[in-house]
Design a binder for this molecule. Structure first.
Ligand code: HPA
Length: 273
């Protein structure tokens, strides 16, 4: 039988990290492609390269740094992941969500997940931020497939509210206060690494997707399993809209994410409490 969750490995990773930081992180933040700018605002940083952490996978994609950063954002103790693990890189789903489970052991209670995504909703514009209200998984596997670790969560986790509704509303209000327009919608997760065909884009819109990307879904599932409160924010880096979709590159995705990242940083700093 598949043993997807190695609790002992999680514990060893967490013990290693605990020794390298002073304090307990309360909020985990996953920084998507091009969104690493938030790290500059973290004060009193301890930086731990993934390569030094026992059992941690190593990030391979361009534009990602591969480090855990502990420190304070507006006084809140945070643990940021600069660089995440994608299924398309070849990791299995258990490896993709391993850092989330380690964060839980470190004391994290809330998780902010960011990503770069293609906009399927015709009302979205490149550079928009979208609060993720729900997800659709197009992954062929689930990070929780295999034996269940009761200490982490139930065999059949509820996913009726994968994102914390109160936190969404609070973030939406903050956005209004700060003059940052926030769209809302459903994130549809695909494996990649290929981008969508035009027919797929039509299909994804038809089944209710507002944005499409290659991450986030596994992490949201693992976070719900272990009882973290989750907030998800997509930066819309390109239009994946039937008839409108045109060719784009990963460099363009990172460029738009970096520019819109400023809005995201301003927002994230205000929604930590
Ligand atoms: N599709 C999938 N992943 C993405 C996209 C997209 O259009 N844009 C950024 N990440």
């Amino acid at each position: 039988m598949k043993n997807n969750l190695n609790l002992q490995h999680c514990r060893e990773s967490a013990q290693f990290i605990t020794k390298r930081i002073e304090g307990t992180p309360k909020i985990g933040i996953i920084l998507g492609s091009g969104l690493g700018g938030l790290v500059d605002d973290i004060e009193g940083k301890s930086i731990i390269p993934y390569s030094e952490i026992p059992h941690f996978p190593v990030s391979t994609v361009e534009g990602h740094m591969g480090e855990l950063i502990y420190g304070f954002l507006k006084g809140s103790p945070v643990m940021a992941m600069a660089g995440r693990f994608h299924f398309y890189e070849g990791y299995d789903m258990a490896a993709v969500v391993f850092p989330i489970q380690v964060m839980k052991l470190l004391g994290v209670e809330k998780l902010i997940i960011t990503n770069a995504a293609g906009g399927l909703n015709p009302n979205f514009e490149v550079g928009d931020l979208m609060l993720i209200e729900d997800i659709i998984s197009r992954f062929p596997d689930n990070p929780l497939r295999g034996s269940n670790e009761e200490e982490f969560g139930p065999r059949f986790p509820d996913m009726s509210e994968p994102f914390d509704q109160k936190w969404i509303e609070q973030t939406f209000s903050k956005g209004e206060e700060l003059g940052i327009i926030l769209k809302r919608g459903t994130y549809l997760g695909v494996t990649g690494p290929v981008l969508e065909t035009r027919a797929e884009i039509g299909f994804f819109r038809l089944i209710g997707g507002d944005a499409v990307g290659m991450s986030t879904v596994p992490e949201v599932i693992a976070a719900n399993h272990i009882g973290l409160k989750v907030l998800g924010i997509s930066v819309i880096t390109n239009e994946s809209i039937p008839k409108v979709a045109k060719e784009f590159t990963h460099e363009e995705v990172v460029d738009v994410a970096q520019r819109s990242g400023k809005k995201l940083v301003a927002l994230v700093k205000e929604i930590l409490n």
